[in-house]
Design a protein around this ligand. Structure first.
Ligand SMILES: [Fe+2]
Ligand SMILES: [Fe+2]
Length: 401
């Protein structure tokens, strides 16, 4: 079963058994690559069509016939790198490539999943309070996923200077678009008023507040004049990346799905819940990848984060989430309430902070939704395909190693 805390943890364990993993994690150059660079030896030419054998010009470097030097893995950087962004390997960050390969195992489209029972549930079984929860979850998520797509595709990806990172982020951009399609499919399937649902983030203050926080972070790193050699700009970019990976995807999305999973546990809105299970798999990977990238940037660039700025970020996110929870659940629904939702946010925030190597912002926060990890997994029960229009083998055969 997928470990939601550390989706590629098993990969790391396996890697620890290899010679390559003996290198410090932050450099992650494969053994084969490093073997080419014995001190005093001219570097071997990469075997590649169209590139002639290089002429040795010294003990450390050789020149390609076109005048460019071969890309060396150890010269790559997450940001501000000077190596050729168009050359995938040798990898310095092979884990990023693994994320890309794993992401491609979780593939589905929203039309694969039968929404028929959801339409009946919504019209005949949900209470008014439950409809309020369900529609506002969709309203929040659909706007959020467009923001997530714009962040990674327009603000983050272009700043990466190692192609193995951009490859995964390109997949991530697609996945965010797919998620937006999924919410749209749910909204259409239930014949909801699209103009009303899509405008909620603009007119509901508690939804708008969360979107504005994300917009502020995004707009601060979308400017064309950003120079990440500038320490202030770099710190701001890192803070925005932390916000999107650890809070926006790692907490708000994670928590955002849980009210629908609570309905699913009671046999309600099963099609929507299955759609969200697929999305959640992607989001767990996005958060995990982003946190890993941030940790590398911190080390490679010796960035010192301002503890007060971090504190303020958690507090702002918590206040927004509490207000959102109170709006979403002015009264509890069966099996779910606003206080548990907010406490689960704090619990998740602690988890993300630990993953980042930061202090827990909310010490002692309890896991109020202990069923969430289990519920979020796509279990292969005998009736697993009952909600599906087609048996989609890629998703059904999904493994994470
Ligand atoms: Fe998403
Ligand atoms: Fe995401």
């Amino acid at each position: 079963m997928l470990n939601w805390d550390d989706p590629i943890g098993q990969l790391k364990k396996d890697k620890a058994k290899t010679a390559a993993a003996k290198l410090p994690e932050i450099t992650e150059v494969t053994g084969a690559e490093s073997a080419d660079r014995e001190p005093g030896n001219a570097r071997k030419a990469p075997v590649s069509a169209g590139i002639k054998a290089p002429v040795s010009t010294g003990p450390d470097r050789v020149q390609l016939s076109g005048g460019a030097e071969p890309v060396r893995a150890e010269d790559k950087r997450i940001i501000n790198g000077k190596t050729d962004i168009n050359q995938l390997a040798p990898f310095k960050y092979p884990w990023a490539w693994k994320y890309f390969l794993n992401a491609n195992k979780n593939h589905w489209t929203p039309t694969d999943i039968n929404m028929g029972s959801d339409l009946h549930d919504f019209n005949h079984k949900l209470t008014e309070d439950e409809k309020h929860v369900y529609t506002n979850v969709l309203a929040y998520l659909t706007t959020s996923d467009i923001l997530a797509m714009r962040n990674i595709g327009l603000a983050v990806m272009e700043k990466m200077s190692a192609p193995e990172l951009q490859i995964y982020q390109a997949r991530q951009v697609y996945e965010e678009a797919l998620h937006t399609w999924t919410y749209q499919h749910c909204i259409e399937s239930l014949n909801l008023d699209q103009g009303e649902i899509y405008n909620r983030y603009r007119v509901i203050p508690e939804i708008n507040a969360k979107i504005q926080i994300a917009n502020r972070r995004l707009n601060s790193v979308l400017r064309p004049d950003i120079d990440l050699e500038d320490p202030g700009e770099l710190t701001n970019f890192v803070m925005a990346y932390i916000f999107f990976a650890a809070i926006f995807e790692g907490c708000w999305f994670y928590n955002g799905f849980s009210p629908v999973f609570a309905l699913q546990r009671r046999g309600l809105m099963k099609g929507t819940a299955e759609q969200l299970q697929y999305i959640m798999r992607d989001e767990v990977m996005h958060a995990s990848f982003g946190i890993r990238v941030v940790k590398h940037i911190l080390v490679e660039n010796d960035v010192q984060l301002d503890p007060q700025a971090i504190r303020d970020m958690w507090d702002e996110a918590e206040a927004a989430e509490k207000a959102y929870a109170r709006y979403l659940l002015p009264r509890p629904i069966l099996g779910y309430n606003a206080e548990d939702h907010s406490e689960q946010f704090r619990f998740m925030a602690n988890r993300r902070a630990r993953q980042l190597g930061l202090e827990e912002p909310f010490p002692g926060a309890k896991c109020t939704l202990p069923w969430l990890d289990e519920q979020a997994n796509l279990r292969k029960e005998k009736n697993f395909f009952e909600t599906r229009v087609t048996e989609y083998q890629t998703g059904g055969a999904l493994t994470w190693d």
